[in-house]
Design a binder for this molecule. Structure first.
Ligand SMILES: C[S@@+](CC[C@H](N)C(=O)[O-])C[C@H]1O[C@@H](n2cnc3c(N)ncnc32)[C@H](O)[C@@H]1O
Length: 205
């Protein structure tokens, strides 16, 4: 199929997508908001948390969902691309794999987080092995982040692509969280390999 025709097909589907329409009605920056809402409906991860960090936060719809929860007091957003400003959110432009920059910026916060969220996906190459390995690099950075900045008993939800590395990642997460579930929200396109690993009760000391 010619590239223009493919782009038009995607655009037509996107315009009619019920989550795109709904996100416009509810003033969310993107349809991704419904993925977090769906994760929360199933696992109540936004209950009883005060300090939250949103990794890969641009364009900001997850932060907008977080903003609606009265129990959430502090929201930090991190993205490698420019983002914001978003009301009530402190945003930092950093690559999650850049440990020294993360350490430098996070040192100004004298608290740990109750919830770490990540909607980061590395650029897709279409080659399964490369995509799985690239995603593992991101997942390892997120786990390192949790080791330093996630409270004991805290929660974490991160995106991953379904593939041969998923069960290996789930096993590593099970070593440090009491419960780990794999979940695909309705709003996640069926054709997409994306799933979310939802983890509760962080046990790493
Ligand atoms: C699907 S979007 C997130 C959408 C967001 N949850 C929302 O609701 O608006 C994924 C984001 O991850 C960011 N990202 C990708 N790789 C990253 C990395 N290594 N470090 C930080 N951010 C990254 C991208 O720039 C992109 O903005």
């Amino acid at each position: 199929m010619a590239k223009n025709k493919k782009t038009n097909n995607w655009l037509n589907k996107h315009i009619k997508d019920r989550y795109v329409l709904e996100s416009k009605k509810m003033n969310f920056s993107s349809r991704a908001a419904f993925k977090l809402l769906s994760i929360d409906k199933k696992f109540q991860i936004l209950n009883k948390v005060k300090y939250v960090v949103d990794l890969g936060c641009a364009p900001g719809s997850w932060c907008e969902v977080l903003n609606k929860k009265p129990n959430i007091k502090n929201i930090i957003g991190i993205d490698k691309l420019p983002c914001g400003p978003i009301k009530n959110v402190e945003i930092h432009q950093i690559d999650i794999n850049d440990y020294s920059k993360i350490t430098e910026v996070m040192s100004k916060y004298n608290y740990k987080f109750d919830l770490v969220l990540s909607d980061i996906a590395p650029n897709i190459t279409g080659v399964t092995t490369i995509d799985q390995e690239n995603f593992m690099v991101v997942a390892e950075s997120i786990l390192e982040f949790c080791k330093v900045y996630l409270n004991y008993g805290g929660k974490m939800a991160m995106k991953f692509f379904n593939g041969y590395k998923l069960s290996e990642l789930k096993d590593s997460l099970t070593d440090v969280f009491d419960e780990v579930s794999i979940y695909k929200p309705d709003s996640s396109r069926q054709k997409s390999r994306e799933v979310y690993l939802v983890c509760v009760d962080y046990r790493h000391q």
